[in-house]
Design a protein around this ligand. Structure first.
Ligand SMILES: O=C(O)CCC(=O)C(=O)O
Length: 300
């Protein structure tokens, strides 16, 4: 992270990393996503959940990691990893992932809903968490960044600012006053307040933002038939969790040892050997439990 990028991240709450993905990676990600969409009418929302609950919507959707190939590479991409170390410290963890596809939608489904913002969270009704449990904080002190959740949005398509897509209230991650309710929702682009910055990006760029910055998705008004396909990988410091469940690295046999460590559940010691052993034991016990349940359900 250059001095200029650090300055801009602290000032605005986001930066755009140009060409974070190589053309062959964009092709691979795009091909696998389209293959999945063609056989699955409801696209993956993410993420892998060790505890599956069919009623819980997004929390029970499969992870993008199931698509394999470059989806695994994104976990610890060399063009992005140095930024994450700077913003989250050593031993940060991947908390959740999902794909988002923006296109012309019915009116009710395309509202810009600004969330996050203020010191920690955006107020009692905020999507990022009704209370500030530390999940979305932002701070810079002693020459270091501290973030509760850092999002990396990998763009697979070119997006002009006027098309729609990622937008935020620059600087709101340091605001002392929550976002006024009147500005939280915009049903059309015309309603979007003028202090909201719409961020353009090219295919292969990554927008890195702190979840503490008030942000959302501007209603899509790109060319007819156009889409914005964005892959979100969101990371926490090693002791922080945003999502209620954790990855099970055993579900993805092609992960490297380093990638497996990034899928660890939160703990004070990060991917320390002791925490790894404890987590391994928990996973082994869960597997055994599932096996015993299956055995007892078998017809006699
Ligand atoms: O569409 C976007 O880039 C913003 C997505 C968003 O609001 C989020 O990831 O919390």
């Amino acid at each position: 992270m250059t001095e200029e990028e650090a300055y801009l991240f602290d000032l605005r709450g986001f930066i755009v990393v140009k060409n974070a993905l190589q053309p062959n990676q964009i092709d691979d990600l795009s091909r696998r996503l389209e293959a999945h969409r063609s056989s699955n009418p409801s696209p993956i929302l993410g993420s892998d959940r060790t505890i599956l609950d069919d009623d819980s919507g997004a929390w029970s959707a499969p992870s993008l990691l199931e698509l394999g190939g470059a989806y695994l590479d994104l976990v610890n991409l060399p063009t992005i990893a140095p930024y994450l170390t700077k913003l989250l410290g050593e031993h940060y963890r991947l908390d959740h992932d999902y794909a988002k596809i923006d296109s012309k939608m019915p009116e009710r489904e395309k509202t810009l809903y600004l969330h996050g913002g203020g010191q920690g969270a955006g107020g009692p009704a905020d999507l990022v968490g009704p209370s500030d449990g530390g999940q979305c904080f932002y701070r810079y002190s002693n020459g270091r960044f501290f973030n509760g959740l850092v999002a990396v949005a990998f763009e697979l398509d070119d997006v002009q600012a006027s098309d729609g897509g990622f937008a935020c209230v620059p600087g709101s991650h340091k605001s002392n006053i929550g976002l006024p309710a009147a500005w939280r929702h915009s049903k059309t682009q015309a309603e979007v307040p003028d202090f909201v910055q719409r961020v353009a990006a090219a295919a292969g760029d990554a927008i890195i933002f702190t979840e503490a910055c008030a942000h959302g998705t501007v209603p899509w008004e790109g060319k007819p038939g156009s889409e914005r396909r964005t892959l979100f990988y969101k990371y926490c410091p090693h002791a922080v969790a945003w999502s209620p469940c954790y990855y099970n690295a055993d579900n993805y046999p092609d992960l490297s040892a380093e990638q497996r460590q990034l899928l660890m559940p939160p703990s004070a010691f990060g991917s320390h050997a002791v925490s790894q052993r404890v987590w391994q034991r928990a996973q082994d016990e869960q597997r055994e439990l599932q096996q015993r349940r299956a055995e007892t359900q078998e017809p006699t």
